[in-house]
Ligand binder design. Structure first.
Ligand SMILES: Cc1cc2nc3c(=O)[nH]c(=O)nc-3n(C[C@H](O)[C@H](O)[C@H](O)COP(=O)(O)OP(=O)(O)OC[C@H]3O[C@@H](n4cnc5c(N)ncnc54)[C@H](O)[C@@H]3O)c2cc1C
Ligand code: FES
Length: 244
């Protein structure tokens, strides 16, 4: 992990409040799927953690982020040709195992699953993608998962696209049988995934300061009452490891 000035090659709106930023950076060559970078947004002291959505070349990564507050709003105003300071790649990502997998994503938890899916497909494994959103307007990356060759299912809470309801509703409605799962998304979704599956991994979010295991600002509890740092011990943990 290190810091580097990355060059913004693209920063565009791709769905409701959701942006895609393509960055030229040599950190790309070191990135594992499910890892994240800390973005130094101009005028803000704390860096913003954002997952690596895709590594598209040895020197190019894609971030997909939602504008939720002042930092991400400022990020969305940055222009092609500007530089942004990145720290990363950070954390332990998803394992790439020798078997088929189902990736289950919700909202802005979907992005890191795209690079993860591509690495399973590159090894010749089948990937089922189940992606959940509030509504069709917030749907992201469906075409990208399909272009990789994933069998892709969508759930929307308002029923405006795909199965009405949660990702679990989409899994049940389509009678999906894969039992090894990798998941990233809001906490209620990760809880539901952890109740249904025992074999797999979930990626957690936490408020972060240092992003490298030093400040203990992102601690969660494991089942034995011990402390785990989301930034350094995670963000990806085996299902059942962390108290959700
Ligand atoms: C490992 C990891 C990966 C992430 N990947 C993505 C991604 O790929 N795409 C995406 O849209 N979002 C992602 N997030 C969430 C993203 O970091 C927050 O949405 C963002 O930091 C909000 O910043 P803000 O200044 O706009 O919001 P504000 O609410 O103004 O932020 C105030 C402070 O709280 C922190 N904060 C606010 N919300 C979150 C949150 N959900 N998680 C962690 N810190 C938060 C901010 O970093 C900042 O320090 C990820 C979070 C983590 C921990
Ligand atoms: S953010 Fe500092 S230890 Fe995780």
């Amino acid at each position: 992990m290190r810091t580097e000035q990355a060059l913004i090659k693209e920063n565009t709106l791709i769905a409701k409040d959701t942006w895609k930023m393509v960055l030229e950076t040599t950190l790309a060559g070191e990135a594992e799927c499910g890892q994240f970078v800390q973005v130094q947004v101009p005028d803000f002291y704390l860096r913003r953690p954002v997952s690596i959505c895709r590594v598209i070349a040895e020197d190019r990564i894609v971030l997909v982020y939602k504008v939720v507050g002042e930092g991400t709003k400022r990020m969305s105003e940055m222009k092609t040709g500007e530089s942004v300071d990145l720290f990363g790649p950070l954390g332990h990502g998803f394992p790439v195992e020798e078997r088929n997998v189902m990736v289950i994503g919700g909202g802005v938890g979907v992005p890191p699953l795209l690079e993860t899916a591509s690495r399973y497909i590159a090894k010749g494994h089948q990937v089922t993608a189940v992606l959940g959103f509030n509504d069709a307007g917030g749907m992201i990356l469906k075409d990208e998962f399909e272009a990789l060759g994933c069998q892709t299912y969508i759930a929307t809470m308002d029923g405006s696209y795909g199965t009405k309801g949660t990702v679990i509703d989409a899994i049940n409605a389509n009678d999906l049988k894969e039992t090894f799962v990798l998941s990233c998304g809001p906490l209620p979704m990760l809880k539901a995934v952890s109740e249904k599956y025992t074999d797999g991994f979930v990626s957690l979010e936490a408020r972060m300061a240092c992003g490298m295991g030093a400040c203990m600002g992102c601690v969660v509890k494991d089942q034995e009452g011990g402390s785990l740092r989301v930034c350094a011990d995670g963000p990806v943990f085996a299902i059942g490891k962390v108290v959700l």
